[in-house]
Design a protein around this ligand. Sequence first.
Ligand code: PLP
Length: 399
Amino acid sequence: MSFNPADNIQDLQFFGEFGGVNPSISDSSTYTFISAKTMLDTFEGNTDGCYLYSRHSTPSNLYLGEALAAMEGTEAANVASSGMGAITPTILQICGHGDHVVSSRTIYGGTYAFLKNFTPRMGIETTFVDITKLRAVEAAISATTKIIYCESVSNPLLEVADIKALSVLAKKYNLKLIVDNTFSPLSISPAKLGADIVIHSLTKFINGSSDSMGGVVCGTLEFVNSLKSVIDGASMLLGTSMDSLRSSSILKNMRTLHIRIKQHSLNAAFLANKFEKDGLKTVYPGLESHPSHTLFKTMMNVEYGFGGMLTVDAGSLEKANALMELMQEKNIGYLAVSLGFYKTLFSAPGTSTSSEIPEDERKEMGLSEGLIRFSIGLDNDIERTYKMMKTCMLEVGVL
Ligand code: PLP
């Protein structure tokens, strides 16, 4: 049978303590032991099924981790308090002083800032490359490289990484391919295409209600356990653990992820087509004009579509700001960072989520000032929304 991430989630059955249809929430930070010997064994990582302390793991976190591992088709997963709380320990678990990372240059601003400004303090250097140019990726690999890092669909430029080809490179040089799949859950399954580690910010589509922070690292059981090791596990020691109340609410929201993603994709595809026909510079992986449209098609789980993210160039920052303010006034969506909400969210990445990237580098990668990033919502009547958007665009002179 072929791999279907949503069916894998559906097949998971977790009951609560008293036969509840949802698993019980583990409302404890610490756990008792009948015997002192078991406590020592648990500290040393030799006891399966025993809980020690909630920074290490909790039953609620394990349920959510199991669902995310099923979704990505990996052996295991470790949930974290935020997307950055998943990304930073993963990199630090693999790299130490003197090691090197080859990273896509178009990634979430926080990840970029971490690799560019923070990890050099620990002797970890990063070369940023155009991830769509495999020759440039290979040329950047050196004897000290440990990681190839990218996003399947990049934030904010929506560049698409050729995960299969990158995994061939990673294997050739014995590197770990880490893929942040936050923009394309269900649509793309990076581990199935050869990624070693798949990361998500659960704060976005997976939770989908903009009320929680969360992250996850999906990978082999060995790697996930190494992150949680009490001796030298980066997640355990940096303390980026998720709270059980949060993991239980995210797990419940995951049950509707497939319905939401299909609607986000339908609505975004509709708008992207309309905007492009109107003559706007529109980027959406589902458009034939997208440079990686064909590549995306070879990687995607077709029924979930091309995702809910698109960008439009308003021509200037002034026009972008005027359009976003007017769309908010008309209740079309919110001028807010983040993504994956039921409501459309929009922001200008150059002055928000990617402002960590220096201006000259933003220019080089094509991140213009007037670029608006849209996370398209779950609107019932997207044609109606389009008409409202068009009226706003005409009013501020974007069209
Ligand atoms: N990865 C991507 C692609 C993101 O867009 C974000 C946040 O915007 C993150 C990671 C970081 O996630 P969090 O804000 O949950 O720490």
